[in-house]
Design a protein. Structure first.
Length: 400
């Protein structure tokens, strides 16, 4: 359906990268108000994949590529987790030959192809006035590319890792932390029953916020993060001491999936990479567990300590959003529409030091956001470092 332009114009929304709770509330927030302001809203399916697969032809069946959003549609999904628009890790500027849509195969037959001209053509075919991408670094870095190509972009930050530059908060982070604390508390009963170490692997490829915050909240004794290459002997000694200090004789460590100890590198599930060049991580928790058992006799009177090793994985990104991930997406959606109503674009809606704001969207490509080890991580104790909470942002270590 081309040229679905209404009185004020057309807004297109997409969700890219990993799913998180809070995406559907964000889609609902901007859609409901936009419709009432006289806009038509369409949802692009499967992140950037839907827009490159679309056929810009009258009468073509593009129902798998996008849908017109109504209040009924978004209200039905608005309180649920995941994204009803679906998602992918498609990178239109870097599409492998085998992934080029069939109708474009004759025009793009290189090993890697830049389909940005098709994206621009298809957005014009749909009559899109404003594009609202919701995603993390990868999704938003391509949104910056489109903005530089002339597309009017207003973006929202989303990622459980909370590592999008320019904002203190990304949709999905709070629910991830809430789930991690809850599941750690559940698993500690087994660890205590068997007097074991409990090793939990959590998300966090390059940034350790998802391990740091639950540890600060008391869910774990120690945490190891990608920003600091830790020493296994040191971790083992600390966990043995923690275990003996605990009346139930167990101790807990949270391990970021991107964490590395001295003499090791990142642990990858396999050699396959996604369109953004990321190989799938997974397995460092098991590696740390094996090393803990091997080294534990040295610090435990010659006796080894058994380990419960659990990868939390998708359990922390599934299900419905918590309170913060129900509220912040509503604010972000309305902030985005406020900008659109003012004719402003090229912005990223953010939370900074407890206040909603917006910043240039290209901030996501200027630098990377990591845990400040010197300021927030105690390398001797392998846990969060904090001296005073006075005038700190809500999540303490997430401000730049």
């Amino acid at each position: 359906m081309a040229n679905i332009r209404t009185k004020k114009g057309v807004i297109a929304i997409l969700t890219g990268g990993g799913d998180v709770p809070g995406l559907n509330p964000a889609i609902r927030a901007i859609t409901v108000r936009a419709i009432r302001e006289g806009y038509q809203v369409i949802g692009l399916h499967r992140g950037w994949a839907g827009i490159i697969e679309l056929k810009p032809e009258q009468g073509a069946d593009n129902s798998n590529c996008y849908q017109v959003l109504t209040e009924e549609v978004v209200n039905r999904a608005g309180r649920t987790g995941g994204t009803f628009l679906h998602t992918s890790r498609t990178h239109p500027g870097h599409v492998a030959k085998d992934d080029v849509p069939e109708h474009l195969a004759d025009s793009y037959d290189a090993a890697m192809n830049d389909l940005t001209p098709e994206v621009l053509k298809n957005l014009e075919f749909l009559g899109v006035d404003y594009l609202v991408p919701i995603g993390g670094d990868d999704t938003l870095s391509y949104a910056v590319r489109l903005y530089r190509e002339g597309v009017k972009v207003v973006a929202m930050p989303k990622t459980m890792d909370n590592d999008v530059a320019g904002t203190d908060y990304c949709i999905g982070f709070s629910t991830c932390i809430t789930r991690t604390i809850m599941m750690t508390d559940s698993l500690r009963t087994s660890a205590g029953s068997h007097e074991r170490f409990l090793v939990l692997e959590v998300f966090g490829r390059y940034a350790g916020f998802t391990a740091m915050l639950p540890t600060m909240a008391g869910a774990a004794n120690r945490c190891v993060i990608p920003e600091y290459k830790f020493n296994m002997e040191q971790l083992t000694e600390l966990l043995v001491k923690d275990r003996w200090a605990n009346p139930s004789k167990y101790s807990v460590v949270l391990v970021s999936e991107g964490a590395m100890f001295e003499g090791s590198d990142m642990v990858f599930r396999d050699t396959a990479k996604d369109a953004y060049g990321h190989a799938k991580l997974g397995g460092v928790g098991n590696l740390v567990s094996a090393k803990l058992k091997e080294l534990s006799p040295k610090y435990n009177h010659g006796k080894s300590v058994d380990v419960i090793s659990q990868k939390l994985g998708y359990l922390v990104r599934g299900g419905n959003p918590d309170a913060i991930d129900s509220i912040v997406p509503v604010a972000y959606g309305n902030l985005a529409l406020d900008l659109i109503l003012k004719g402003i674009h090229g912005r990223l809606v953010v939370l900074k030091n407890g206040r909603y704001d917006d910043v240039p969207v290209d901030v996501v490509t200027r630098y990377k956001k990591y845990v400040n080890v010197e300021k927030h991580y105690n390398t001797e104790r392998l846990r969060p470092l904090y001296k005073s909470f006075e005038m700190q942002p809500l999540f303490i270590m997430t401000s730049e």
